[in-house]
Design a protein around this ligand. Structure first.
Ligand code: GTP
Ligand code: MG
Length: 192
């Protein structure tokens, strides 16, 4: 099902230098190290395309990947990375906010949360902010291979309760870039 051809396009630090808004685009957001770049690689079945690392803070700019000559996947820098200065974090917040609010071709925000951890305050603020700004989004629980079947479903139920409390109804998908759990579902959602 598609996603056959993928290539790196450019790295953009802010909205004004993003590629021309030509293709519809999907962006990947979430804390540092949650697995954004790995998920992009799993979707396009190309392990080395987006650079990944076990040290958080690997992706520092918005990295654009063009898929099948019809869409962009955008790998966002992770948030909540403790080692950057407060000033840099603020700039990150502003740049990403501008991008999310003003990018006319943005179709879907995929927000990633590590399935082993409770969503942090930053995650919850982000859900709320996406909801209030009426941005279409979905939540992907990453690294599903690290938990048992039961624990995975407990984690999904916990997330659903948090979203329900905010009156947010969005798809929640469990994924793994290791064993490809959920990859087909995420592709379908993107196509929709
Ligand atoms: P930043 O660029 O720093 O924001 O991180 P990121 O969200 O892009 O994370 P990245 O894809 O670089 O992955 C971080 C670490 O988690 C790497 O060591 C990956 O190998 C590992 N990882 C990512 N996805 C999975 C997964 O589904 N299962 C397992 N077991 N490990 C994963
Ligand atoms: Mg990354």
């Amino acid at each position: 099902m598609g996603f056959d051809k993928a290539e790196f396009v450019t790295s953009a630090p802010s909205l004004d230098v993003c590629p021309k808004p030509y293709y519809p685009e999907i962006c990947f957001a979430g804390r540092s190290n949650v697995g954004k770049s790995s998920l992009i690689n799993a979707l396009v079945n190309h392990k080395g395309l987006a650079r990944t690392s076990n040290r958080p803070g690997k992706t520092q700019q918005m990295n654009y990947y063009q898929v099948d000559d019809k869409m962009y996947l955008v790998d966002l820098p992770g948030f909540g990375y403790a080692k950057v200065s407060k000033k840099e974090r603020e700039r990150w917040g502003r740049d990403i906010r501008d991008y999310l609010l003003e990018r006319a071709t943005l179709r879907l925000v995929i927000h990633l949360v590590d399935i082993r951890h409770k969503p942090t305050d930053l995650d919850e603020e982000f859900f709320y902010w996406l909801g209030t700004n009426r941005l279409p989004f979905t939540v992907v629980l990453t690294k599903g291979d690290k938990l048992s079947h039961n624990k995975r479903h407990q984690s999904k139920a916990r997330l659903k309760r948090i979203l329900d409390e905010m009156n947010i109804e969005v798809p929640i998908i469990i994924s793994s870039a290791e064993d490809n759990t959920g990859i087909g579902d995420i592709k379908e959602l993107i196509y929709e």
